[in-house]
Design a protein around this ligand. Structure first.
Ligand SMILES: *Cc1c(COP(=O)(O)O)cnc(C)c1O
Length: 370
């Protein structure tokens, strides 16, 4: 069976983790601080704090910006629900905006319309773009809209460590950026995440909120405000540090494999059987998802592909389809692109550990079935 993906944990990372476990220094400590310094350098950002997972990073971002009851946050329809869940968990309202059918990221026209036609009753406070599957969202346009309408921007870069748009690194092009180190992401510490900012003031809040609202001073522990425990462990940091050294090479391999898929699947696209993802040059390719034409039943195809030895799955959810959030427009056609990506999206096996020969097997199985 060619699995959807597999975590790439080098042996030396396991050795490094074992050394930390033997040292007895288990919770947040020197290893985490070094990982943070290396991540800050990698991303070219002033402050980087490792946290227990990507959802924790998003939660801290909203808390640090004082977003809560009476506020609303614009989120893309096509994403993992954590993006909107954290908005609801701070007591604010997620406002769902459709995505582009090609990039799978926020549709800028729909975003502008959602902002300019907003009638409340909540106060629009922030835009939370997602760099879906590693494709950079249009941060130039998003930041421009945010400045014009006085909104914060929090990037959900959970699957986009290493994604760039020109010279702009995803996750550091806004007020706060959030990353995940879940096993489905390119760099994994099991559970794990990262929150970054260039603002000294937000950095103080993020760092304290992560650790019970507390900071150690010469006089002992000082509690600034109520907080959480969203710390990462030292042995997870050891796993991540080794992977970070190899990340750029992995992303290069992913780009090469994505180009291979795009070339080999082009005949199916030309025949109108599926659509291929937009190939942005700064895409970090966490996931490779095609979109099947309406004449195919995606879930049936997943079963047939499994029988042919190929594991595939849906790509991400459509928040408007989930129906657990209030829909301020009450018009499902507003989310045509996102709903279709959810219904017809097919994530193919993809990981830097795969060979072209393995991907060719996927292409052959898919070609035969379609
Ligand atoms: C993976 C992911 C998350 C959640 O990250 P966890 O580390 O699993 O909490 C949030 N948003 C997006 C877009 C993701 O892909």
């Amino acid at each position: 069976m060619i699995k959807l993906s597999k975590p790439n944990i080098p042996e030396i990372a396991i050795t490094a983790m074992n050394d930390i476990i033997r040292s007895g220094q288990l919770v947040h400590g020197a290893e985490c601080i070094q990982f943070e310094q290396e991540l800050a350098q990698y991303l070219d950002v002033k402050h980087a704090y490792v946290v227990s997972n990507g959802t924790a990073a998003l939660h801290l971002a909203l808390l640090a910006l004082d977003i809560g009851p009476g506020d609303s946050v614009l989120v893309p329809d096509f994403t993992y629900p954590a993006t909107a869940n954290v908005v609801a968990m701070v007591g604010a309202t997620p406002v769902i905006v459709d995505v582009s059918a090609d990039t799978y990221c926020l549709d800028i026209t729909a975003l502008e319309k959602a902002i300019t036609t907003w009638q409340g009753p909540e106060t629009l406070k922030a835009i939370m773009p997602v760099h879906e599957f590693g494709h950079p969202a249009d941060m130039h346009a998003i930041n421009q809209l945010a400045r014009k309408h006085n909104l914060f921007v929090v990037e959900d870069a959970a699957c986009a460590l290493g994604a760039i748009d020109g010279s702009l690194k995803m996750g550091v092009a806004s007020d706060i950026g959030c990353f995940s180190f879940h096993p489905r992401k390119t760099l994994t510490t099991g559970e794990g995440g990262l929150v970054v900012t260039n603002s000294d003031e937000l950095a103080d809040k993020l760092r304290r909120l992560r650790n019970h609202g507390m900071e150690r001073t010469d006089a002992g522990m000082r509690f600034f405000y109520p907080g959480l425990n969203y710390r990462l462990t030292n042995f997870q940091a050891a796993l991540g540090r080794i992977q970070l050294q190899q990340l750029n090479g992995w992303i290069q391999s992913r780009k090469m494999l994505a180009a291979f898929y795009l070339q080999k699947l082009a005949p199916l696209a030309d025949a109108g059987k599926l659509r291929l993802p937009a190939a942005h040059p700064g895409h970090s390719w966490q996931t490779f998802m095609v979109v099947l034409s309406d004449k195919y039943n995606r879930d049936n195809l997943v079963v047939q592909l499994r029988e042919a030895g190929v594991e595939t799955s849906l790509g991400a959810q459509s928040l408007s389809t989930l129906a657990i959030y209030p829909n301020h427009w009450n018009d499902v056609h507003q989310f045509a692109a996102g709903a279709n990506l959810y219904k017809q999206g097919l994530a193919l096996p993809f990981c830097e550990l795969y060979s072209k020969a393995e991907l060719q097997q996927v292409v052959d199985a898919l070609t035969k079935l379609l």
